[in-house]
Write a protein that binds this ligand. Sequence first.
Ligand code: PAF
Length: 279
Amino acid sequence: MNTALPTLIRQLQPGQLQPWRAGGMALVPTLGNLHRGHLQLVQQARRLARHVVVSIFVNPLQFGETEDYADYPRTLEADVQALQGLADMVYAPPMEAIYPATLQGHTRVSVPELGELLCGQFRPGHFVGVTTAVAILFNLLQPDVAVFGSKDLQQLRLIQRMCGDLHIPVRVVAVPTVREADGLAVSSRNVYLDAQQRQAAPALYQTLVRLAEALRARQAPVGVLESRAMQALQQAGLRPEYVSVRDGHTLAPPGDSCRVVLAAAWLGRARLIDNVPVD
Ligand code: PAF
C-alpha cells in the first residue's frame, strides 16, 4: 500500500512535470477543503492515469463580490494529509502563478449561452471565472485527463464544451455525486449549515428525487411539476433560486429522454446545488 504524502508544489519549474507526464497524468482541480467527494474524484483519477495531481486554488475570479471568497475554508495542511497514498502531487499555486497581473485585465475564457443559464443567471461571471481558471490549469499542467464531480453538472458541461471548442486535448471524466446517508450531496459549503439547517438540507435531494419520479409518471405538465418542487423547497425552509428540467447533455429544454432535474437553493448562508437524472 502506498502511504506517501503527495509532493506539495507551489511554483512549477520549467520541465518539472516531464517525469510526471510519462505514463499519463490525471488532474483533479479543486478549491481545497477536501471532503469525501473530492477523494472519490482522486480515486477515479488513479484508475485513469499513472500519476495523479490535485490542484488547490481558491480562484477569486469565480466568486461574486458578495460571495464567500474571503471566508472560503483554506485547509492546505489537512488537504495534503487527506491525500496521503492517493495523490502524487498537490499543486497549490500562489495567486501570481495563475494571475500574474491584475484580475481585471486578465484574459477570460467564456462559454456563452451554456454559462448564462441556470446558476449562471444567479451568479454573473461565475462560470467565466471557472473556465478561465481551469483553462489556465490545463495549460500549465497539461494533464491527459481531468476529473470533475457530477454535482456541479453545469460546470462539468461547460468544461467539456470549452475543451471541445478550444481543441484542448484533455479528456474530461465525470464522477457520480457522493452523498451523506440522508441524501445531502457532500459539499465544502455544507460546513456553513447549523444543526437545524443541516436537518432541513436533504429536502433538496428528496424534492429532486420526487420530481424525477413525477416526471417519469407524467403526473402533470413539466412547468407545473417544477413549480410544485419550488414550493416544496420553500416549505422545507429553503430559498430556491431555480428548479429546472433539462436535457442532461446540453442543459437546453429537454426532449423525452436523457432528462435531468437541477436545482439551487439557499439555506442560511449556504448555497446548495444538486441534480438527479430522470431517464
Ligand atoms: O469545482 C471547483 O472546485 C472549482 O470550480 C474548480 C473546478 C476547481 C475551478 O476553480
